[in-house]
Design a binder for this molecule. Sequence first.
Ligand code: GMT
Length: 375
Amino acid sequence: MKIGIVCYPTFGGSGVVATELGMALSKRGHEIHFITYKQPVRLEYLSNHIHYHQVNVPEYPLFHYQPYELALSSKLVDMVKLHQLDVLHVHYAIPHAYAGYMAKKMLKEEGIHIPMVTTLHGTDITLVGNHPFYKPAVTFSINKSDVVTSVSQSLKDDTLKYFDVKTEIQVVHNFIDSSKRKTTFEDCQRGIMAEEDERIITHVSNFRKVKRVDDVIRIFQKVTEKLKAKLIMVGEGPEIENAKNLARELGVFEKVIFMGESNEVNKILCFSDLFLLPSENESFGLAALEAMVNGVPVISTNTGGLPEVNKHGFSGFLADVGDTEKMAHYALEILTEDVELKKFKENAKKMASKFDIETIVPLYEEVYAKALQKS
Ligand code: GMT
């Protein structure tokens, strides 16, 4: 199939999922066309089945806001015609599903029928999309999609709760390519990061409010009262200064490494002992899955889709949002004894294998076939 993929090209979860999906589909013989404003960060040009088409929005002084949706839908029309695409797959409803629908309508005028698959990722539903300013347009474009998928059962439930959605929603969980991960302890070069008797705790996110990075610092501080540990904070975002200030206030700043955005997350996870994800909400928690596939147990909140990914008492533990006391207690349960830590590390890998790329990507192929039948 010739598949047009629309996504955010950033480090964020939806962009990562869309890019990894496109690369996996190209390896299975499909021709993939990424259509977005910048080359996706994780895109590797290893195959001649992968193309990238940039959406340009010319600046014009009259516009207070540059009309990205307009430029995107025009580009989609051009690319569908030029490359004779079979299906459009838009990731993140805002504004991609809306722009995709406009492209579909324009193409229909010319007698070209192309189905559109929309994948809902989380904040497009639970945070931004739910805002009254966007809600009618988001509801409309979800209902106009030929097939809608959501990355967890919890996100499906939220979508049906908050929006008047008529289109059936199919759950297709996020996935991970376990073959890309280093497996042996020696590969990890843990020694460059910490001393022998020190535990390494990691957090990776975009440091937005929803991630509750302050809670990461609080949990870490409580853990350091009982054992020797280091915290690695990977990512950039609006809450980073607050997190640094809190680390200073709680007297743990010297033990925290703020790495910024990194292309080497797998290397960092490889030598990590524990991953913290105390988010306010999380439709799936791809970051947790990336940790688990590297054999890193997870302490997370029990919100959104996290219970579908992290199994309490097996791959880690879950607690209520904001309950840093309990999360620190669980962290110590995992980290204190080597035997326990080893068990949780193995379990984390086992749990991650449920979301292997080989299982999930064929589900998307079925989704495309269904969309083609519908249009
Ligand atoms: O986590 C973020 O803030 C980024 C966001 C995105 O849209 O890129 O991630 C969302 O989509 C990911 C991929 O499907 C999910 O794994 C994340 O859980 C989800 N984030 C939230 O729901 C907060």
